[in-house]
Ligand binder design. Structure first.
Ligand code: 13P
Ligand code: SF4
Length: 322
């Protein structure tokens, strides 16, 4: 067996039934499997809980399991560790990062923040644990408006790291938050022109979008919301066809709960790429999940100082979301 940076590489016996073994180990180790809507369908199906960033944080805080296996990306697993520091938190592939979190290095943000004395910081949960330590309150796309409105109207605010979400929240709340210049590579690539063309081809379709998309895309949307909000919207809408501007993984739950409806991934400028797939989320596989549970590696480790400081703004968010 070869061990490198917390990874365990080993051939897997092809006769092993991975899902059965994963379920056996999950029971034996008192582990809970939490999956984000963006991972592959089979990894959503095997999860004890599948949801958006807010729901996953709430589960991570409440679970009685000894081990949390996070099928998502690094900042999500870090958040779980911060909320449940006594538990072992595993991420099947430590390379599962996030372009948005990477667009916000903590040291650069410290300099940025220093230029705005008197400002409170609201950070989107898609940021590193170090970044969270410089934050007053965390938010997700599901509760961003509520979190922003929890501050008095005259309180100057910085919103980081997603400029598209920040701009959208400014437009809804009438605030003028200072925005950090970060974005998600998946949500930035949707083409408003191609979406208009597609809507012309499917006049009966409703266009729905995640608020990480750029403004020209959001202006076309009938409904804007977090992954859970988009899912709930398609369930209750009377429309039978939807063009969906977010990561492709959510289509699994949409098709599962509304098999009679049609879901079309929103187009990008480049028809040749799998642009709607988050390459970080898609690093998670059944094989890696199996090895991760078997060896209890790779594990998320954070210093007690970071946990203590980063926990404050996350708990504030959870408190305000109850
Ligand atoms: P939500 O699931 O909270 O809407 O977040 C989307 C996302 O980009 C997670 O990486
Ligand atoms: Fe990060 Fe975007 Fe992937 Fe979400 S979809 S994990 S924001 S890169």
């Amino acid at each position: 067996m070869l061990l490198e940076k917390g990874y365990v590489y080993e051939p897997i016996d092809p006769d092993i039934r991975l899902t059965k073994e994963i379920s056996r180990m999950r029971k034996e180790k008192n582990a809970v499997i939490l999956s984000h809507y963006y991972v592959d369908a089979e990894l959503q199906e095997i999860a004890d809980y599948v949801g958006d960033s807010l729901g996953l944080s709430q589960q991570a805080e409440l679970t009685h399991a000894d081990v949390i296996v996070f099928i998502g990306v690094h900042f999500m697993a870090e958040t779980a560790k911060i909320l449940s520091p006594s538990k072992k938190v595993l991420l099947p592939d430590l390379k599962a990062g996030c372009s948005l979190a990477e667009s916000a290095p903590a040291e650069k943000f410290a300099q940025f923040k220093a230029r705005y004395p008197g400002h409170k910081v609201i950070s989107y949960i898609n940021c590193t644990a170090d970044f969270k330590t410089m934050t007053d309150v965390i938010c997700t796309s599901a509760n961003a408006v509520k979190i922003v409105e929890s501050f008095p109207p005259d309180q100057p605010l910085i919103f980081a790291p997603d400029k598209n979400l920040g701009d959208y929240i400014n437009s809804i709340t009438g605030r003028n938050m200072v925005l950090w210049d970060g974005a998600c590579m998946v949500h930035e690539q949707f083409s408003p022109e191609k979406i208009v063309e597609l809507l012309d081809l499917h006049p009966d379709a409703e266009f729905i979008a995640h608020p990480e998309c750029k403004k020209p895309v959001l202006l076309l949307a009938r409904h804007i919301g977090s992954t859970t909000s988009l899912l709930k919207y398609v369930q209750k809408s009377t429309a039978r066809k939807f063009i969906v501007a977010t990561e492709s993984g959510i289509l699994h739950q949409m098709k599962k709960s509304c098999p009679e409806k049609v879901f079309i991934p929103a187009p990008s400028n480049d028809p040749t790429c799998a642009c709607n797939d988050c390459s970080f989320m898609k690093l998670n596989t059944l094989q890696k999940l199996y090895l991760c549970l078997k060896h209890e590696k790779p594990e998320i480790l954070l210093s007690p100082e970071v946990i203590e400081k980063a926990r404050i703004p996350i708990e504030r968010m959870l408190e305000l979301s109850r």
